[in-house]
Design a protein around this ligand. Structure first.
Ligand code: FES
Ligand SMILES: [Fe+2]
Length: 384
Protein backbone atom coordinates (compact mmCIF):
# COMPACT_ATOMS: atom_id res chain seq x y z
CA UNK A 1 0.00 0.00 0.00
CA UNK A 2 1.29 3.51 -0.80
CA UNK A 3 2.33 5.53 2.25
CA UNK A 4 0.07 8.48 1.37
CA UNK A 5 -3.11 6.38 1.65
CA UNK A 6 -5.85 7.94 3.75
CA UNK A 7 -6.00 6.06 7.13
CA UNK A 8 -9.71 5.14 6.70
CA UNK A 9 -9.05 3.78 3.24
CA UNK A 10 -6.02 1.91 4.55
CA UNK A 11 -8.23 0.16 7.13
CA UNK A 12 -10.82 -0.74 4.51
CA UNK A 13 -8.08 -2.11 2.24
CA UNK A 14 -6.63 -4.17 5.10
CA UNK A 15 -10.06 -5.61 5.87
CA UNK A 16 -10.71 -6.34 2.19
CA UNK A 17 -7.40 -8.18 1.97
CA UNK A 18 -8.32 -10.27 5.00
CA UNK A 19 -11.57 -11.23 3.25
CA UNK A 20 -9.64 -12.08 0.06
CA UNK A 21 -7.18 -14.31 1.93
CA UNK A 22 -9.96 -16.80 2.76
CA UNK A 23 -10.22 -19.93 0.63
CA UNK A 24 -13.27 -20.00 -1.64
CA UNK A 25 -15.12 -22.61 0.43
CA UNK A 26 -15.08 -20.18 3.36
CA UNK A 27 -15.39 -16.95 1.34
CA UNK A 28 -17.35 -13.91 2.58
CA UNK A 29 -18.92 -10.86 0.94
CA UNK A 30 -16.72 -7.72 0.87
CA UNK A 31 -16.70 -5.42 3.92
CA UNK A 32 -19.26 -2.55 3.85
CA UNK A 33 -16.64 0.24 3.87
CA UNK A 34 -15.45 -0.60 0.36
CA UNK A 35 -18.89 0.44 -0.88
CA UNK A 36 -19.52 3.47 1.32
CA UNK A 37 -16.21 5.22 1.93
CA UNK A 38 -15.27 8.24 -0.23
CA UNK A 39 -11.56 7.73 0.47
CA UNK A 40 -11.78 4.13 -0.79
CA UNK A 41 -13.39 5.37 -4.01
CA UNK A 42 -10.48 7.80 -4.39
CA UNK A 43 -8.09 4.86 -4.24
CA UNK A 44 -10.23 3.00 -6.82
CA UNK A 45 -10.06 6.03 -9.12
CA UNK A 46 -6.26 6.12 -8.89
CA UNK A 47 -5.53 2.40 -9.05
CA UNK A 48 -8.34 1.19 -11.30
CA UNK A 49 -10.23 3.81 -13.30
CA UNK A 50 -7.14 5.89 -14.13
CA UNK A 51 -5.11 2.83 -15.08
CA UNK A 52 -7.20 0.05 -16.60
CA UNK A 53 -8.57 -0.43 -20.10
CA UNK A 54 -12.23 0.60 -20.01
CA UNK A 55 -15.01 0.09 -22.50
CA UNK A 56 -16.97 3.15 -23.68
CA UNK A 57 -19.29 1.61 -26.30
CA UNK A 58 -19.63 -0.22 -29.61
CA UNK A 59 -17.56 0.67 -32.67
CA UNK A 60 -20.77 0.68 -34.74
CA UNK A 61 -21.95 3.76 -32.77
CA UNK A 62 -19.24 5.77 -34.57
CA UNK A 63 -19.82 4.81 -38.20
CA UNK A 64 -19.20 8.11 -40.06
CA UNK A 65 -16.45 10.73 -39.92
CA UNK A 66 -17.26 13.18 -37.13
CA UNK A 67 -19.39 10.69 -35.12
CA UNK A 68 -18.35 10.95 -31.49
CA UNK A 69 -19.11 9.66 -28.01
CA UNK A 70 -18.01 11.05 -24.66
CA UNK A 71 -17.14 9.37 -21.39
CA UNK A 72 -15.64 10.19 -18.01
CA UNK A 73 -12.81 7.86 -17.08
CA UNK A 74 -11.26 8.29 -13.63
CA UNK A 75 -12.26 11.96 -13.55
CA UNK A 76 -10.93 12.63 -17.07
CA UNK A 77 -13.50 13.66 -19.71
CA UNK A 78 -12.71 11.77 -22.91
CA UNK A 79 -14.08 12.10 -26.45
CA UNK A 80 -13.76 9.28 -28.98
CA UNK A 81 -14.32 10.47 -32.54
CA UNK A 82 -14.06 9.00 -36.02
CA UNK A 83 -11.58 11.13 -37.94
CA UNK A 84 -11.56 12.16 -41.61
CA UNK A 85 -8.94 9.42 -42.00
CA UNK A 86 -11.70 6.94 -41.03
CA UNK A 87 -9.91 5.77 -37.88
CA UNK A 88 -10.97 6.25 -34.27
CA UNK A 89 -9.17 8.83 -32.11
CA UNK A 90 -9.58 9.55 -28.42
CA UNK A 91 -8.70 12.91 -26.89
CA UNK A 92 -8.97 14.75 -23.63
CA UNK A 93 -12.42 16.34 -23.90
CA UNK A 94 -11.22 19.53 -22.19
CA UNK A 95 -10.63 22.84 -23.96
CA UNK A 96 -7.06 24.13 -24.13
CA UNK A 97 -8.17 27.72 -23.34
CA UNK A 98 -9.83 27.92 -19.91
CA UNK A 99 -10.50 24.20 -19.63
CA UNK A 100 -14.22 23.88 -20.27
CA UNK A 101 -15.51 20.45 -21.15
CA UNK A 102 -15.93 20.42 -24.95
CA UNK A 103 -18.47 17.89 -26.24
CA UNK A 104 -21.35 16.26 -24.35
CA UNK A 105 -23.19 12.97 -24.96
CA UNK A 106 -23.00 11.53 -28.47
CA UNK A 107 -23.42 13.08 -31.91
CA UNK A 108 -21.70 14.18 -35.09
CA UNK A 109 -19.55 17.28 -35.65
CA UNK A 110 -17.37 18.63 -38.46
CA UNK A 111 -15.17 20.47 -36.00
CA UNK A 112 -15.06 20.39 -32.22
CA UNK A 113 -16.16 23.84 -31.06
CA UNK A 114 -15.80 24.85 -27.43
CA UNK A 115 -19.19 26.05 -26.08
CA UNK A 116 -17.46 28.77 -23.97
CA UNK A 117 -15.39 31.09 -26.26
CA UNK A 118 -15.52 29.10 -29.51
CA UNK A 119 -11.98 27.86 -29.81
CA UNK A 120 -12.34 25.09 -32.38
CA UNK A 121 -10.45 21.90 -33.11
CA UNK A 122 -10.16 19.62 -36.15
CA UNK A 123 -11.11 15.94 -35.93
CA UNK A 124 -7.36 15.33 -35.69
CA UNK A 125 -7.25 17.35 -32.45
CA UNK A 126 -5.40 20.40 -33.82
CA UNK A 127 -6.49 23.89 -32.80
CA UNK A 128 -8.15 25.21 -35.97
CA UNK A 129 -9.30 28.68 -34.94
CA UNK A 130 -9.48 30.87 -31.82
CA UNK A 131 -11.41 34.16 -32.04
CA UNK A 132 -9.24 37.33 -31.74
CA UNK A 133 -6.20 35.40 -30.57
CA UNK A 134 -4.15 36.64 -33.56
CA UNK A 135 -3.98 39.95 -31.66
CA UNK A 136 -2.19 38.26 -28.78
CA UNK A 137 1.51 38.25 -29.64
CA UNK A 138 2.52 35.46 -27.28
CA UNK A 139 -0.11 33.05 -28.63
CA UNK A 140 0.88 30.41 -31.16
CA UNK A 141 -2.01 28.37 -32.56
CA UNK A 142 0.25 25.55 -33.73
CA UNK A 143 1.41 24.90 -30.15
CA UNK A 144 -2.07 23.69 -29.14
CA UNK A 145 -3.25 20.15 -29.69
CA UNK A 146 -5.77 18.12 -27.70
CA UNK A 147 -3.88 15.46 -25.69
CA UNK A 148 -4.34 12.00 -27.21
CA UNK A 149 -5.68 9.11 -25.14
CA UNK A 150 -4.98 5.47 -25.96
CA UNK A 151 -7.91 3.90 -27.78
CA UNK A 152 -8.13 0.35 -29.15
CA UNK A 153 -10.94 -1.94 -30.31
CA UNK A 154 -11.74 -5.56 -29.50
CA UNK A 155 -14.63 -7.66 -30.87
CA UNK A 156 -16.58 -4.55 -31.85
CA UNK A 157 -15.99 -2.72 -28.56
CA UNK A 158 -14.16 0.61 -28.10
CA UNK A 159 -11.80 0.72 -25.14
CA UNK A 160 -9.72 3.63 -23.79
CA UNK A 161 -7.11 3.92 -21.07
CA UNK A 162 -5.25 6.75 -19.38
CA UNK A 163 -2.32 4.40 -18.80
CA UNK A 164 0.41 4.76 -21.41
CA UNK A 165 2.25 1.67 -20.14
CA UNK A 166 -0.45 -0.98 -19.99
CA UNK A 167 -0.30 -3.90 -22.46
CA UNK A 168 -2.28 -3.75 -25.73
CA UNK A 169 -5.98 -4.55 -25.37
CA UNK A 170 -5.89 -7.64 -27.62
CA UNK A 171 -3.18 -9.11 -25.37
CA UNK A 172 -5.05 -8.09 -22.21
CA UNK A 173 -8.18 -9.95 -23.37
CA UNK A 174 -6.50 -12.80 -25.30
CA UNK A 175 -7.71 -15.51 -22.88
CA UNK A 176 -11.29 -14.25 -23.16
CA UNK A 177 -11.03 -14.11 -26.97
CA UNK A 178 -10.10 -17.80 -26.96
CA UNK A 179 -12.97 -18.76 -24.60
CA UNK A 180 -15.76 -17.10 -26.58
CA UNK A 181 -14.32 -17.33 -30.12
CA UNK A 182 -17.20 -19.44 -31.57
CA UNK A 183 -19.73 -16.63 -31.01
CA UNK A 184 -17.82 -14.09 -33.17
CA UNK A 185 -19.20 -11.29 -31.00
CA UNK A 186 -17.53 -8.65 -33.20
CA UNK A 187 -20.26 -9.23 -35.81
CA UNK A 188 -23.20 -8.74 -33.42
CA UNK A 189 -25.19 -5.61 -34.27
CA UNK A 190 -26.29 -3.10 -31.62
CA UNK A 191 -30.01 -2.29 -31.84
CA UNK A 192 -30.56 -0.25 -28.65
CA UNK A 193 -28.51 1.99 -26.39
CA UNK A 194 -29.49 3.93 -23.25
CA UNK A 195 -27.86 5.67 -20.29
CA UNK A 196 -29.09 5.54 -16.70
CA UNK A 197 -28.01 6.52 -13.18
CA UNK A 198 -28.88 4.25 -10.23
CA UNK A 199 -28.50 4.94 -6.50
CA UNK A 200 -25.98 2.30 -5.57
CA UNK A 201 -22.25 1.75 -5.49
CA UNK A 202 -20.81 0.65 -8.85
CA UNK A 203 -19.46 -2.62 -7.39
CA UNK A 204 -22.85 -3.73 -6.06
CA UNK A 205 -24.28 -3.58 -9.58
CA UNK A 206 -21.18 -5.28 -11.04
CA UNK A 207 -21.43 -8.07 -8.45
CA UNK A 208 -25.15 -8.47 -9.08
CA UNK A 209 -24.36 -9.13 -12.72
CA UNK A 210 -21.65 -11.66 -11.88
CA UNK A 211 -23.87 -14.12 -10.06
CA UNK A 212 -27.04 -15.85 -11.17
CA UNK A 213 -27.72 -17.08 -7.61
CA UNK A 214 -30.28 -14.26 -7.24
CA UNK A 215 -32.33 -15.15 -10.33
CA UNK A 216 -34.98 -17.43 -8.76
CA UNK A 217 -35.80 -14.98 -5.95
CA UNK A 218 -35.15 -11.39 -7.09
CA UNK A 219 -36.51 -12.19 -10.58
CA UNK A 220 -39.33 -14.45 -9.41
CA UNK A 221 -41.86 -12.33 -11.35
CA UNK A 222 -39.90 -12.55 -14.65
CA UNK A 223 -37.02 -14.89 -15.55
CA UNK A 224 -36.72 -16.57 -12.13
CA UNK A 225 -39.09 -19.50 -12.75
CA UNK A 226 -37.04 -20.47 -15.86
CA UNK A 227 -33.71 -20.34 -14.02
CA UNK A 228 -32.31 -23.55 -12.67
CA UNK A 229 -29.33 -23.00 -10.41
CA UNK A 230 -28.03 -26.50 -11.25
CA UNK A 231 -27.65 -25.44 -14.93
CA UNK A 232 -25.06 -22.81 -14.00
CA UNK A 233 -21.34 -23.35 -14.15
CA UNK A 234 -18.96 -20.91 -12.44
CA UNK A 235 -15.31 -21.66 -13.23
CA UNK A 236 -12.51 -19.70 -11.52
CA UNK A 237 -11.83 -16.30 -13.10
CA UNK A 238 -8.82 -14.97 -15.01
CA UNK A 239 -6.66 -11.89 -14.33
CA UNK A 240 -8.67 -9.56 -16.54
CA UNK A 241 -12.19 -11.01 -16.26
CA UNK A 242 -14.51 -13.59 -14.73
CA UNK A 243 -17.39 -15.47 -16.32
CA UNK A 244 -20.05 -18.10 -15.88
CA UNK A 245 -22.09 -20.20 -18.26
CA UNK A 246 -25.77 -21.10 -18.39
CA UNK A 247 -26.54 -24.00 -20.71
CA UNK A 248 -30.22 -24.55 -21.40
CA UNK A 249 -32.86 -24.22 -24.08
CA UNK A 250 -33.76 -20.53 -24.04
CA UNK A 251 -37.37 -19.47 -23.58
CA UNK A 252 -37.04 -16.89 -26.39
CA UNK A 253 -36.08 -18.06 -29.91
CA UNK A 254 -33.16 -15.58 -30.04
CA UNK A 255 -31.58 -17.17 -26.96
CA UNK A 256 -30.56 -20.19 -29.05
CA UNK A 257 -28.48 -20.26 -32.24
CA UNK A 258 -30.36 -19.34 -35.44
CA UNK A 259 -30.70 -22.25 -37.91
CA UNK A 260 -28.44 -20.29 -40.33
CA UNK A 261 -25.73 -20.04 -37.66
CA UNK A 262 -23.12 -22.63 -38.64
CA UNK A 263 -20.41 -21.21 -36.37
CA UNK A 264 -21.75 -22.60 -33.11
CA UNK A 265 -21.86 -26.35 -32.64
CA UNK A 266 -23.22 -28.79 -30.05
CA UNK A 267 -23.85 -27.30 -26.60
CA UNK A 268 -22.62 -23.89 -27.79
CA UNK A 269 -25.89 -23.48 -29.67
CA UNK A 270 -27.74 -23.07 -26.36
CA UNK A 271 -25.03 -21.67 -24.10
CA UNK A 272 -25.11 -18.19 -22.63
CA UNK A 273 -21.86 -16.63 -21.42
CA UNK A 274 -22.04 -14.04 -18.62
CA UNK A 275 -18.81 -12.11 -18.79
CA UNK A 276 -17.44 -9.46 -16.42
CA UNK A 277 -14.39 -7.72 -17.85
CA UNK A 278 -12.71 -5.79 -15.05
CA UNK A 279 -13.41 -3.30 -13.82
CA UNK A 280 -16.91 -2.68 -15.12
CA UNK A 281 -17.81 -4.05 -18.57
CA UNK A 282 -20.53 -6.68 -18.20
CA UNK A 283 -21.77 -8.70 -21.17
CA UNK A 284 -24.51 -11.31 -21.55
CA UNK A 285 -23.59 -13.14 -24.74
CA UNK A 286 -26.07 -15.64 -26.17
CA UNK A 287 -26.03 -17.43 -29.52
CA UNK A 288 -28.69 -15.03 -30.87
CA UNK A 289 -28.32 -11.73 -29.02
CA UNK A 290 -26.19 -9.79 -26.56
CA UNK A 291 -26.79 -7.10 -24.00
CA UNK A 292 -24.31 -5.21 -21.86
CA UNK A 293 -23.71 -2.74 -19.04
CA UNK A 294 -20.75 -0.38 -18.81
CA UNK A 295 -20.40 1.20 -15.37
CA UNK A 296 -18.63 4.29 -14.07
CA UNK A 297 -18.88 5.45 -10.44
CA UNK A 298 -20.47 8.82 -9.75
CA UNK A 299 -19.45 9.15 -6.14
CA UNK A 300 -19.82 6.17 -3.81
CA UNK A 301 -23.61 6.28 -3.94
CA UNK A 302 -24.39 6.49 -7.66
CA UNK A 303 -23.41 4.57 -10.75
CA UNK A 304 -23.62 5.76 -14.35
CA UNK A 305 -24.78 2.94 -16.64
CA UNK A 306 -24.43 2.52 -20.38
CA UNK A 307 -26.98 -0.13 -21.32
CA UNK A 308 -27.13 -1.54 -24.83
CA UNK A 309 -27.66 -4.69 -26.80
CA UNK A 310 -28.49 -6.22 -30.14
CA UNK A 311 -28.60 -9.27 -32.36
CA UNK A 312 -26.30 -11.83 -33.92
CA UNK A 313 -25.93 -11.34 -37.70
CA UNK A 314 -28.31 -14.24 -38.54
CA UNK A 315 -31.14 -12.66 -36.54
CA UNK A 316 -30.41 -9.27 -38.10
CA UNK A 317 -31.09 -10.85 -41.51
CA UNK A 318 -34.17 -12.72 -40.23
CA UNK A 319 -37.42 -10.76 -40.75
CA UNK A 320 -38.61 -11.88 -37.29
CA UNK A 321 -35.40 -10.72 -35.58
CA UNK A 322 -36.58 -7.18 -34.80
CA UNK A 323 -39.85 -8.47 -33.35
CA UNK A 324 -37.99 -10.95 -31.10
CA UNK A 325 -35.74 -8.11 -30.00
CA UNK A 326 -38.73 -5.95 -29.06
CA UNK A 327 -40.04 -8.75 -26.82
CA UNK A 328 -36.60 -9.27 -25.32
CA UNK A 329 -36.10 -5.54 -24.65
CA UNK A 330 -39.44 -5.30 -22.84
CA UNK A 331 -38.39 -8.27 -20.69
CA UNK A 332 -34.92 -6.81 -20.02
CA UNK A 333 -36.53 -3.55 -18.87
CA UNK A 334 -38.60 -5.46 -16.31
CA UNK A 335 -35.59 -7.54 -15.20
CA UNK A 336 -33.49 -4.39 -14.85
CA UNK A 337 -36.17 -2.73 -12.73
CA UNK A 338 -35.98 -5.77 -10.41
CA UNK A 339 -32.17 -5.58 -10.33
CA UNK A 340 -32.37 -1.87 -9.57
CA UNK A 341 -34.58 -2.52 -6.53
CA UNK A 342 -32.17 -5.28 -5.48
CA UNK A 343 -28.91 -3.35 -5.76
CA UNK A 344 -30.34 -0.16 -4.24
CA UNK A 345 -31.60 -2.23 -1.28
CA UNK A 346 -28.13 -3.73 -0.79
CA UNK A 347 -26.60 -0.25 -0.80
CA UNK A 348 -29.05 0.92 1.88
CA UNK A 349 -28.59 -2.26 3.91
CA UNK A 350 -24.82 -2.22 4.11
CA UNK A 351 -24.81 1.17 5.89
CA UNK A 352 -26.52 -0.44 8.91
CA UNK A 353 -24.57 -0.59 12.20
CA UNK A 354 -25.38 -4.29 12.43
CA UNK A 355 -24.57 -5.10 8.78
CA UNK A 356 -22.01 -7.90 8.47
CA UNK A 357 -20.72 -9.74 5.36
CA UNK A 358 -21.93 -13.36 5.16
CA UNK A 359 -20.65 -16.46 3.34
CA UNK A 360 -20.68 -16.56 -0.45
CA UNK A 361 -22.52 -19.41 -2.18
CA UNK A 362 -20.81 -21.80 -4.62
CA UNK A 363 -22.46 -19.82 -7.45
CA UNK A 364 -20.72 -16.62 -6.31
CA UNK A 365 -17.28 -17.73 -7.46
CA UNK A 366 -17.08 -14.73 -9.85
CA UNK A 367 -17.74 -12.39 -6.89
CA UNK A 368 -14.87 -14.00 -4.98
CA UNK A 369 -12.57 -13.47 -7.97
CA UNK A 370 -13.75 -9.88 -8.37
CA UNK A 371 -13.02 -9.14 -4.69
CA UNK A 372 -9.51 -10.53 -5.13
CA UNK A 373 -8.98 -8.44 -8.26
CA UNK A 374 -10.13 -5.35 -6.37
CA UNK A 375 -8.01 -6.13 -3.31
CA UNK A 376 -4.93 -6.58 -5.43
CA UNK A 377 -5.43 -3.37 -7.43
CA UNK A 378 -6.16 -1.07 -4.48
CA UNK A 379 -3.13 -2.47 -2.65
CA UNK A 380 -0.87 -1.72 -5.61
CA UNK A 381 2.53 -0.63 -4.28
CA UNK A 382 3.48 1.21 -7.42
CA UNK A 383 0.71 3.71 -7.52
CA UNK A 384 1.48 7.42 -7.20
S1 FES B 1 -12.68 27.57 -22.42
FE1 FES B 1 -12.88 26.81 -24.44
S2 FES B 1 -12.80 28.55 -25.65
FE2 FES B 1 -12.55 29.31 -23.68
FE1 LIG C 1 -30.47 -9.76 -11.98
Amino acid sequence: MASNTNPDAALAIAELNMTCARPFDDARAMPPQVYTQASFLEVEQQTIFQREWQCVGRVSALARAGDYLTADIGGQPVVVIRGSDDSLHAYSNVCLHRMSVLLEGRGNVRTIVCPYHAWSYTLAGELRAAPLMDRQAGFCKEAYRLPKIRCETWQGWIYVTLNPDTRPLSEHLAELSALIAPYEMGNYVETFYEEHVWDTNWKILAENFMESYHLPMLHRATVGPHSKLEEMECPPGHDAFNYHWITKEATLPIGNAHPDNTRLEGHWRKTTALIAIYPSHLITLTPGYFWYLILQPRGVDQVHIRFGGGLSPEFVSDPSGREYMKTLKALLDKVNAEDRRGVEAVFRGLHAPLAKPGHLSPLERPNYDFARYLGQRVSDENRA
